[in-house]
Design a protein around this ligand. Structure first.
Ligand code: FAD
Length: 482
């Protein structure tokens, strides 16, 4: 029995263990259970389902989309080259982007080469190559996609545990308002971003920076409207300072900038005057620790109010900005990563290594702020713009094997928790490549289910052919160095 003394009431630390046993209802059998409905999970579910498998998609929040919707990070990056001319991620990502744009819940911007300042991102380069989203409309759009495809979904449902026989998951244990229950499963896609299922299955995992386990800062994203973008644009053009470092420095000197980060990042969303503020950098957060996530939400909401006041007082164009929404989900950039047989390394990216099991690509660059100095990017020459200290090809290949955890045979882990050397996470963690990985995981699950094999034994040429058939991009030639 666990007891709590008065002195440690405020802490949630384990004192003892409690053996808690109960029967749970078995509620159905699925070919594939996808845990987590973010970019990797939605693509995984759609890919497995289009091949005729029975798929259950389980999402802890009340909507699909992950960080893009619940986290209010309303732009899918990494799917097109910086000049916006070429898709690097095809398949489900490109189809969803194009259909979402037709449905009015996304914009696929084209670079205006005459302008330095781009409304959908501050500077020429990575940001305007993204697909800009209305997160509220997108959630509804994704419901429609799942219904049309015949993916069964459970929202507000957590995947909490697994039941193993040897090295195979036989049931996933779920929890929602109905209580605990289990489903039978042949293949599991862990798209929780944190590798929750891999961790609970006993797979080899690492977390954070090798030297001290610290993780890159989290952000609680918020949106504002009523921004005068003409004033903002004039200021940025006049000062050539898309991330406002000089203004922030001045404010800090005058005692008006209390935060330990030194940038201000905002992106115009679908309408002029409506902007996403991706600025706060909450250090010391562990996204796999419930208490730490709670602290992050509370600190994040408090910083939102402080930052909003500062923006209104000091940032050109924001004088009358109104708070439109604060994310209900903390934006966590880094937690656990699986340790697969293959790990994508910085040297692989530096050397332009190619892989025979490439299942997709990313067009994104190094981006993993330092855990303690939140505006410092260890892989950049300078923090004013992404001038890379460590060169890599613009387009990063993603090998299949970095998604295959050890030792569980019927589990695959696409998305943010893949097996990469920590500094190599930046290019692959953004949402378009996560969808490429999810799509490949869903197609791989087809082989696992139909041929009764493990994910590590998937036939790679056949998988790449399956992906090509669905217009995923698995072959890339032109590869500029950045
Ligand atoms: C603040 C911030 C800004 C970013 N900016 C950008 C950007 O501008 N563009 C971009 O492309 N990328 C950006 N990224 C990176 C990107 O958003 C993530 O790396 C990406 O979303 C990871 O995709 P995923 O599918 O692996 O996980 P997620 O998007 O995190 O989705 C995981 C989903 O699983 C659910 N879940 C988690 N655990 C469980 C569980 N046990 N049971 C059930 N459900 C569960 C979560 O609720 C979530 O919906 C940003 C990330 C952050 C945090």
């Amino acid at each position: 029995m666990m007891t709590t003394s008065n002195s440690d009431k405020s802490k949630l630390v384990p004192h003892q263990t409690l053996l808690y046993r109960r029967d749970v209802p078995l509620q159905g059998s699925f070919n594939v259970v996808v845990c987590g409905g973010g970019p990797a999970g939605i693509a995984g579910a759609l890919a497995a389902r289009r091949e005729g498998l029975r798929v259950l998609l389980v999402e802890g929040q009340g909507q699909l989309g992950g960080v893009a919707t619940s986290g209010l990070v309303a732009q899918w990056l990494g799917g097109r080259t910086d000049d916006t001319k070429t898709w690097v991620v095809g398949g489900i990502f490109r189809r969803l982007a194009q259909e979402a744009a037709r449905a009015g819940c996304a914009i696929i911007p084209q670079t205006n080469h005459r302008e330095v300042y781009q409304v959908h991102g501050w500077h020429k380069g990575q940001n305007e190559a993204g697909v800009v989203l209305d997160p509220f409309e997108l959630a509804h759009f994704l419901d429609g996609q799942m219904a049309a495809a015949g993916v069964e979904i459970l929202l507000h449902t957590q995947a909490v545990d697994v039941n193993l026989t040897g090295n195979h998951i036989k049931q996933v244990i779920l929890f929602n308002k109905s209580g605990f229950f289990a489903v039978n499963v042949l293949a599991v896609i862990d798209a929780t971003g944190d590798g929750d299922i891999a961790a609970r299955s006993g797979c080899k995992m690492v977390k954070g920076r090798p030297s001290d386990g610290l993780m890159t800062p989290a952000t609680l994203e918020f949106h504002v409207d009523n921004v005068d973008q003409d004033i903002l644009s004039d200021y940025i053009h006049a000062h050539k300072t898309p991330r406002f470092q000089e203004l922030v420095k001045k404010l800090r000197q005058g005692g008006d900038w209390p935060f330990d980060y030194e940038i201000f990042i905002s992106v115009q969303l679908l309408e002029k005057g409506v902007m996403m503020i991706n600025t706060s950098r909450l250090t010391g957060i562990d996204g796999t620790d419930g208490k730490s996530v709670t602290d992050g939400m509370i600190r994040g909401r408090s910083e939102t109010q402080q930052l909003l006041e500062i923006m209104r007082r000091h940032f050109p164009g924001f004088a009358h900005a109104r708070l439109k929404a604060v994310a209900p989900l903390l934006g966590v950039r880094e937690t656990r990563r699986i340790v697969a047989e293959v790990m994508l390394t910085v040297d692989d990216l530096r050397g332009g290594k190619t892989f025979t099991d490439t299942i997709g690509y990313s067009a994104y660059g190094w981006d993993l702020p330092d855990p303690i100095k939140p505006s410092y990017q260890p892989m950049w020459e300078t923090n004013a713009a992404p001038v890379h200290k460590v060169k890599k090809k613009q387009v990063t290949p993603i090998p299949y094997r970095i998604m295959v955890p050890q030792p569980i045979g019927n589990l695959i882990c696409p998305g943010r928790a893949v097996s990469v050397e920590r500094d190599a996470l930046g290019p692959v963690r953004v949402m378009a490549p996560c969808m490429a990985m999810g799509e490949a995981a869903g197609e791989a699950a087809v082989q696992v289910v139909r041929r009764n094999i493990d994910f590590r034994d998937v036939d790679i040429p056949q998988l790449r052919e399956q992906l090509r058939r669905h217009e995923a991009i698995v072959d890339w030639k032109d590869n500029d160095v950045i």
